[in-house]
Design a protein around this ligand. Structure first.
Ligand code: FE
Ligand code: CA
Length: 512
């Protein structure tokens, strides 16, 4: 009895001690990574932060879970307090917070902040979605290589305060430390100059420790923090959140990492992605098998957004690594090859067929529209990592979209070029029936090393209405019951964090 009481007493004291230690040890600001919100529903939104007083060295938090206080206001001046409470930042999730705020009203703005001890986070603004909004403002972002440029695009995006930001991947890049300064690349008749403006914090990332520190590095950027604090985000990862051009369980370089090593790496990447994103669902982890559900359906006024996953379930790329265009081979046409996987294909078809929305948006990583790097009538040489590398799967998608789906609009990233395109029933025949529109955002900061080849082959791709391979930026969409307006915003000097950002072009959508 005595022994047991002693034991319990000790355990209790131990718990108290770890709690007071946790408080005592947070002596410097833990809110170095800002705040974020995401997954906006008519009645809920996810609020996010991560406690990391030493962000590039694992976070620097003491052992143990930490209680974080939050407050939510109905006004930016913090006069009308709506709610306050506490939420746990689990040590197992790198002291990140994912708070699902429920019972909200549709189409409304809210402001929020977290506190730990004497420290208060920056103030965040978020907004619930609403199916009945009659004017919706969405932004599209992708590809934010830390080393290749600064994030002036995000400063501009934050000042626009969209209803929601859709990020379609390459939030981080997994590569090692580049060499600062300019490098030139010779192309026929043109010298391209690229610059490394700032450096990664480690060699190529492979472990949970590495991925956490890499996310933290990116999230220390003030412009990225401002864009997260300005609006809720929808996020779906592409390849560089794990490994360049990975497909399901196949890495870019299967000769350099065993299947077991790649699985462990993917688990680390998925876990760290969740810890840093304002998303609804953590990865499912079973032994060393990890999977993520990044898909979702979100309704913003006349637009129903389908957030897709084009990485986790795809078949491996075929035919070789010719870049940017690879000539086709026999296995390209294999009807069994898939991008979305059977379950996601079925889910999407069902949702599109029953959608009451005027605009049906497919937000995903890679270009749905074709782009050929040779002249007809030869078989098109294409980027095998995009939908071009999966022609049978794309044709299934085209047949679905062309079968009475109201105004399909694809939003994509990955390719670091801005493009407005029409997807035709027969993709390489611009005279065939138009089926969907596509707006490819350029990159926030990543280089477009293949801009010379893209520009050179423009005339072989008559379905492309607008193409800008030379500037970084993002897209704005203003959607009402009657109209869709896309504005391409471009960064005038992506090597300057304070660069001006201006409108390159506007595209108004007609009915198909
Ligand atoms: Fe990219
Ligand atoms: Ca990519």
């Amino acid at each position: 009895m005595l022994t047991r009481r002693l034991f319990m007493g000790t355990a209790g004291a131990g718990l108290l001690l770890s709690g007071s230690l946790a408080r005592a040890a947070v002596k410097t600001n833990p809110f170095t990574l800002g705040v974020a919100s995401g997954a906006p529903r008519p009645d809920s939104v996810i609020l996010w932060t991560r406690l990391a007083p030493d962000p590039l060295q694992g976070g620097g938090m003491p052992l143990g879970d930490v209680t974080v206080s939050y407050r939510v206001w109905e006004d930016a001046e913090r006069r009308k307090l709506l709610r306050e409470g506490t939420v746990t930042a689990p040590q197992a999730d790198a002291h990140s917070v994912h708070l699902k705020l429920e019972g909200l009203r549709p189409g409304r703005e809210y402001w929020y902040a977290f506190t730990v001890g004497d420290f208060e986070s920056p103030l965040g603004r978020t907004r619930t979605s609403s199916p009945s909004s009659n004017k919706v403002r969405l932004a599209l972002a992708s590809c934010q290589s830390w080393q290749s440029g600064f994030y002036a695009a995000y400063t501009d995006m934050a000042s626009w305060t969209p209803d929601c930001v859709i990020h379609v991947g390459d939030y981080i890049y997994e590569g090692g430390i580049g060499t600062l300064g300019n490098r030139s690349v010779e192309k026929p008749g043109e010298t391209l100059i690229f610059r490394t403006v700032r450096q990664h914090n480690s060699a190529e990332i492979t472990t949970l420790w590495d991925y956490r520190n890499r996310y933290a590095l990116y999230k220390t950027d003030p412009a990225l923090q401002a864009a997260h604090a300005a609006a809720p985000w929808l996020v779906t990862m592409d390849d560089h959140e794990v490994d360049n051009n990975w497909a399901a369980n196949v890495p870019q370089d299967p000769w350099a990492q065993t299947p077991l090593e790649f699985k462990v790496r993917k688990l680390a990447a998925f876990k760290a992605w969740y810890e840093h994103m304002p998303v609804e669902r953590p990865p499912q982890i079973d032994g060393i098998e990890a999977s993520l559900d990044m898909t979702g359906i979100f309704r913003f006024g006349a637009a129903q957004v389908h957030l897709l996953d084009t990485r986790q379930f795809r078949d491996d790329q075929v035919c070789g690594n010719g870049f940017p265009g690879q000539t086709p081979c026999d296995s390209l046409a294999d009807p069994k090859r898939s991008v979305l996987g059977a379950a996601q294909e079925q889910w999407l078809a069902q949702s599109l067929r029953s959608s009451p929305a005027r605009y049906n948006v497919l937000a995903s990583q890679m270009w749905l529209s074709p782009y050929r790097f040779n002249d007809a009538p030869a078989e098109p040489a294409v980027n095998m990592d995009a939908w071009d590398g999966y022609p049978a799967a794309r044709q299934r998608m085209i047949d679905l979209l062309g079968d009475g789906i109201s105004n399909p609009v694809a939003l994509s990233g990955d390719w670091h070029c801005a493009a407005a395109m029409t997807l035709h029933a027969s993709p390489f025949d611009a005279k065939s029936k138009p089926v969907a529109h596509e707006f490819a955002g350029t990159s926030i900061s990543s280089d477009c090393g293949w801009m010379h080849e893209m520009d050179k082959m423009r005339s072989a791709n008559p379905h492309v209405q607008h193409l800008n391979t030379r500037q970084r930026g993002y897209c704005r969409f203003e959607v009402s019951d009657k109209s869709w307006l896309t504005t391409y915003r471009v960064v005038n000097n992506s090597y300057d964090p304070n660069s001006s950002v201006t409108t390159d072009t506007e595209v108004k959508l007609g009915d198909l």
